[in-house]
Design a binder for this molecule. Structure first.
Ligand code: KG4
Ligand code: ZN
Length: 336
């Protein structure tokens, strides 16, 4: 399918987890202005995101991020094509804050409202400031999902494989907790692993059928390794960096291996990385070392949750406007 670019100027909102964000993007490719307020420090004290706390903080921040973007962009609201908003998957209370704000803006400014899937939005972060075009294979790695998704055109996405248990981001967070690194675990492991030996502890990469993934075996293997080290009297002096690096290697290696395998099987020459875990330095390095395929990765600022990807997604994936939408907590699409 040939995509005919439409000249759009879309204001997007994102509130699915612990980032409150607003952005204006032109034609799904060009950032006009954005504002992100993160709640990470608030949730750190709880060791994870508390949905009710997240929703309350979104409520406090949503008007601020919208004001920031309108001021910075200097755009007249009459020039906006549409209002876009993430409506799932995510925390229901958190999503409702963004969707209610988006509906209010759409209604009062007489603009169409475009609801966007958060996971598709992560993928669309790769269109911003690039010339990426489908078809491509996307490795989507976030806190809630691990999937290989085939984009045959801008609107058609087919899930080829996914995790059978934990998402890879979830595994990073849980292993970080085992190592006493706190929340969010992914960045903490990423940092610590830089000074560790990835070959210190051989860990299983959890190879399951075809293009699916499994992280429960790897997680348990890390736990058993820690227990063994503690029994040997290393409780106070656990080799944290080596453990982090060894876990990271096992977790990332299988992701890249299956991405390349799936792309080749589908005769695709482009692979794309997306989602929060796309910020991981080791995974980015492994992805950039894929020789035989063209590789796209979002810049770090568009890996974690933001509204730029939401506005881009509304441009590329779904320009059907609908005021009568609600939020959903879990992904609606199934593997085919
Ligand atoms: O995409 P995202 O914001 O969450 C969902 O949409 O579900 O990603 C959050 C996840 C968390 O599990 C976090 O630990 C992980 O991404 N993450 C990382 C890094 N930065 C964030 N994992 C590994 N290395 C990182 N640098
Ligand atoms: Zn996300």
């Amino acid at each position: 399918m040939v995509h005919i670019p439409i000249m759009t100027l879309i204001l997007g909102l994102e509130t699915s987890c612990d980032e409150t964000a607003c952005a204006i993007v032109q034609d799904g490719r060009k950032l006009i202005a954005q504002s992100v307020k993160t709640q990470a420090a608030i949730h750190q004290t709880f060791g994870g995101v508390i949905p009710e706390v997240a929703a309350r903080h979104h409520l406090e921040a949503i008007n601020e991020v919208i004001d920031d973007v309108l001021k910075e962009s200097n755009i007249n609201k009459k020039d906006l094509t549409a209002i876009a908003c993430t409506n799932g998957p995510g925390f229901v209370g958190a999503l409702l804050v963004g969707l209610s704000a988006a509906k209010a803006l759409a209604w009062s400014w007489s603009k169409p409202l475009i609801a966007v899937d958060h996971l598709f939005a992560h993928v669309c972060a790769n269109y911003v400031d690039t010339k990426l075009e489908p078809p491509f294979l996307c490795l989507l790695v976030s806190g809630g999902h691990t999937q290989l998704v085939h984009f045959s055109d801008y609107q058609t996405a087919t899930i080829l494989g996914q995790t059978l248990d934990d998402a890879v981001g979830e595994a990073y967070d849980k292993v970080a907790r085992m190592l006493g690194l706190g929340y969010p675990g992914g960045p903490a492991i990423d940092n610590l692993a830089r000074s560790g030996n990835p070959d210190a502890f051989p860990l299983p990469e959890g190879n399951v059928e075809k293009f699916d993934f499994s992280y429960s075996g790897l997680k348990t293997a890390v736990l058993r390794t820690i227990e063994k080290l503690e029994k040997q009297g290393n409780k106070e002096t656990l080799p944290l960096a080596d453990l982090a690096a060894s876990f990271q290697k096992a977790a990332n290696q299988i992701l890249v291996k299956k991405t390349v395998l799936a792309a080749k099987q589908l005769n695709l020459d482009t692979v794309v990385l997306a989602g929060g875990v796309a910020a991981n330095a080791d995974l980015r390095k492994r992805f950039s070392q894929i020789k035989e395929l063209e590789v796209f990765m979002p810049p770090l600022k568009y890996c974690t949750d933001n509204a730029v990807m939401v506005a881009a997604c509304a441009h590329f994936m779904n320009l059907n406007a609908n005021m009568d939408v609600s939020v959903y907590s879990r992904q609606k699409r199934k593997k085919q």
